[in-house]
Design a protein around this ligand. Structure first.
Ligand SMILES: Cc1cc2nc3c(=O)[nH]c(=O)nc-3n(C[C@H](O)[C@H](O)[C@H](O)COP(=O)(O)OP(=O)(O)OC[C@H]3O[C@@H](n4cnc5c(N)ncnc54)[C@H](O)[C@@H]3O)c2cc1C
Length: 406
């Protein structure tokens, strides 16, 4: 039986950044094994709905560590290696193809899987999902030939696909259940900004729409909505969310809310067993509650931190979660949360996508969105103010003459 000091289950963003940091911190050759169900070495997923899909970013740019990083660092990277079960007591993982790998320390980095819809016609050719590089290559090739595309689902991936697929050729109809784009996150003003951009780019918006069936004979030809409207489509991209892959941990008795519950050191209650990225819910020393974040910055930051903890630098993870998105010229970063807010303050100009938005609770900043052009001037202050739950007058935030300092 193979045995390693460190085993990472998952070969996605966390695995890539954790491996990089572990090497930096002095990982020895032969100490780390990465068991990945993916067919490619760890890569960045965000470009799959942005630059790589649009054809502006090369595939080589996606990989987190340039080959031959893994071989040179003495890391045993096993691709197409899916773990079937974990035995935390015996400190072993069992592989789907058979075989057992023993570990001293284990990191759950299993990420998320896309949710599939269970609708008539869901298995027709021309119905796509997007999570992996292979998914993206297939979608990109199909979009180049398609005349009409329907996006099903109005979350982050749906909003990005609606913009990018239109640029690749097909006429796009963007269908979503909600009354307005990304209504669970954006304010009505921000949704209106997005909707204006889609219209200006010829994307048809179909709010309050539920897909009922995909129609076609072998290959998709249309989407039927509840209420019987049919939208022609030779390509359908379904983006209805993800579910964290936590079953392995749950099956062996670890506590799971949406992610595997870990403390502020990213440790589970089992000594030497950790979780990071989409698969984790970590205790936040700033808000004193568990955070579950399915975004890139969380994958990078938890990966680096857990790598240091595993190699002996045991410090609490002190981080304000950030996420970002790009739709046409609307490119922003966001820190904090919006749910608790009782007031929203705008600074700058929405229409030219140069602004910041501040979510406040009892006069304190709890969330902030900053467009890319203001990253240097306002971004650092936003991050610091969210972290400190800074109390500020709305009039001060609004006033662009007032410089905001971290
Ligand atoms: C198209 C797309 C666009 C995105 N855009 C953005 C963005 O603009 N901004 C942003 O903040 N975030 C974005 N994200 C989210 C971000 O990419 C994820 O949060 C991040 O990839 C999470 O990293 P992870 O390592 O936890 O999981 P993943 O990167 O999903 O990696 C999980 C790994 O675990 C493997 N695995 C799962 N189960 C097993 C098993 N049983 N055995 C072995 N291996 C297993 C998988 O094969 C995979 O290799 C995007 C995601 C996608 C898909």
């Amino acid at each position: 039986m193979d045995s390693f000091k460190y085993v990472i289950i998952g070969g996605g963003m966390v695995a890539g950044f954790a491996a990089k940091e572990m090497v930096k911190q002095g990982l020895g050759a032969g100490e780390l094994c990465i068991l990945s169900a993916d067919t490619e070495p760890p890569y960045q997923r965000p470009p799959l709905s942005k630059g790589f899909l649009a054809g502006t970013e090369e595939v080589e740019k996606l990989f987190i560590n340039k080959e031959p990083f893994y071989a040179d660092s003495g890391i045993d990277l096993r691709l197409g290696a899916r773990v079937r079960a974990v035995d935390l007591q015996a400190r072993q993982v069992r592989m789907v193809e058979g075989g057992v790998v023993a570990f001293e320390n284990l990191l759950f980095a299993t990420g998320s899987s896309v949710r599939h819809v269970d609708l008539p016609g869901a298995d027709l050719e021309g119905v796509y999902y997007l999570r992996t590089l292979d998914d993206c290559k297939r979608l990109k090739a199909a979009a180049a030939k398609a005349k009409s595309a329907v996006i099903v689902g109005g979350g982050f991936i749906g909003t990005e696909l609606a913009a990018r697929l239109g640029e690749l050729g097909p006429e796009v109809t963007f269908t979503y259940r909600e009354k307005r784009v990304l209504s669970y996150f954006l304010t009505p003003e921000l949704s209106a900004l997005y909707e204006g951009r889609y219209r200006a780019h010829g994307v048809q918006l179909s709010p309050e729409s539920n897909a009922a069936a995909f129609l076609g004979n072998g290959k998709v030809e249309a989407v039927r909505l509840e209420g019987d409207e049919e939208i022609p489509a030779d390509l359908v991209a379904v983006a209805v969310g993800v579910a964290p892959d936590v079953e392995l941990a749950k099956a062996d008795g670890l506590e799971v809310d949406r992610g595997i519950m870990v403390n502020e050191f990213l440790e589970t209650p089992v000594l030497g067993v950790y979780a990071a990225g989409d698969a984790a819910s970590w205790y936040d020393v700033n808000t004193h509650k568990h955070q579950h974040v399915e975004h890139e910055d969380n994958a990078r930051a938890t990966a680096r931190h857990v790598a240091r903890v595993m190699l002996g630098q045991r410090a609490p993870f002190d981080h304000v979660p950030m996420f970002w998105s790009d739709v046409y010229d609307i490119s922003w970063e966001f820190w904090g949360e919006t749910k608790a807010a009782d007031q929203v303050v705008y600074r700058g100009e929405l229409e030219i996508a140069s602004f910041s938005v501040w979510w406040m609770k009892d006069g304190a900043v709890v969330g902030a969105m900053v467009t890319e052009d203001q990253h240097e001037t306002v971004g650092k202050a936003a991050q610091a103010m969210v972290k400190a739950r800074k109390t500020v007058e709305a009039a001060v935030l609004k006033d662009e003459e007032v410089e905001l300092k971290a």
